[in-house]
Write a protein that binds this ligand. Structure first.
Ligand code: UD1
Length: 316
């Protein structure tokens, strides 16, 4: 029975991977330092290695015995990395290097790395294809790019099979809206649910390839075994793009609200437009998006309402 190690398995995307692997009857171990992941996201009975993966002893314990490593652990957020580049570097670069070293030592079959669309920066052409040059605009984007280059090198130099999946603005249940660094969809839903104005940073014309989490889970799990994928960087997204103004319109529709945004200044390091070319994922992974943007929003809003209801119920 193969062992899947999900680093960052208590976080948003990691916990969805764990859930799907368990549903498929696989054996799973989670490695997480719970800096942003939640214990309640890890199902009972799943082995947990609790600690910082930039510590070699922790990385070694986390990876020992693994067949597949799904490396999701990171400090996400462009804005957070601009405020504290060193802390995010430690998690996103040092942590990734330690995981790769441990994966090489323990001869894992394949490591699938959570890359980021932010690596493209403001490339002049849309949609963004994997063979376009990287142009990181923030420490986060650079760190994600450096770690994917490490993955590629570990494949070339040491024969460790790695695949980088570049995520594009993933959203869905369990994405927290608890900090100003949270993803924009979670923040908008929280604002509309509380009858407050969501904040748009800039004029709202910036676009993103907002991708429902189930699509990413499907792409990552395909990447574990796809025969031609080793050493590759592959976009996994929907292939479309939606502006923040369109996002707010759709959320108002889905939530039955009519809230206007409050506009504030553009965020430092922000990318203007982001849209994935997904042909490589289709070709190498047999990937095609399963859940569309609006349906994804409906599911996310439904989850948000249930958990808020739950919060109310458990309050004394
Ligand atoms: C970036 C990456 C993404 C990565 C994510 C990690 C790009 C294109 N995407 O997402 O791959 O996974 O970081 O965090 O670089 N905004 C508002 N109001 C808010 C919050 C945000 O208007 O309250 C705006 C931001 O300025 C941005 C957009 O919404 O223009 C999306 O922001 P966010 O959800 O933080 O993600 P990105 O920075 O695009």
């Amino acid at each position: 029975m193969p062992l899947y190690v999900v680093t960052g398995g208590a976080g948003f995307i990691g916990s969805h991977l764990v859930e799907e692997l368990l549903r498929r009857g696989e054996t799973v171990r989670v490695a997480d330092d719970f800096s942003s992941g939640l214990r309640e996201n890890v199902p009972a009975g799943v082995e947990v290695i609790d600690g910082d993966l930039s510590n070699p002893a922790i990385a070694d314990r986390a990876i020992a015995g693994a067949d597949y490593v799904l490396h999701q652990a990171a400090i996400p957020s462009v804005a957070r990395s601009i405020d504290d580049p060193l802390r995010s570097h430690r998690a996103n670069v040092d942590g990734s290097l330690q995981v790769l070293l441990a994966a090489r030592k323990h001869r894992v079959k394949r490591l699938v790395y959570a890359g980021s669309s932010s690596a493209y920066g403001d490339s002049p052409t849309l949609p963004k294809r994997e063979d376009m040059p990287a142009a990181p605009k923030s420490p986060y984007a650079l760190q994600k790019f450096v770690a994917e280059q490490y993955c590629r090198l570990f494949t070339q130099l040491y024969g460790l099979e790695t695949v980088t999946i570049r995520y594009f603005n993933v959203f869905g249940s369990r994405q927290q809206a608890s900090s100003p660094y949270s993803g924009v969809i979670s923040l908008f839903i929280k604002a509309l649910a509380a009858d407050t104005q969501p904040i748009i940073l800039g004029n709202g014309a910036q676009t993103r390839d907002f991708t429902y989490v189930a699509n990413v889970v499907d792409g990552v799990l395909r990447a574990c075994t796809a025969p031609e994928a080793s050493g590759e960087v592959i976009n996994v997204a929907t292939g479309g793009r939606v502006s923040l103004l369109q996002l707010l319109d759709t959320l108002n529709l889905v939530m039955g609200t009519a809230m206007a945004p409050e506009f504030k200044g553009l965020r430092l390091g922000d990318v203007r437009d982001s849209q994935a070319d997904i042909q490589k994922a289709q070709k190498l992974l047999g990937y095609t998006p399963i859940v569309g943007f609006e349906e994804g929003l409906r599911r996310t809003v439904a989850w948000y309402r249930t958990t808020r209801q739950h919060d109310k119920n458990i309050q004394p």
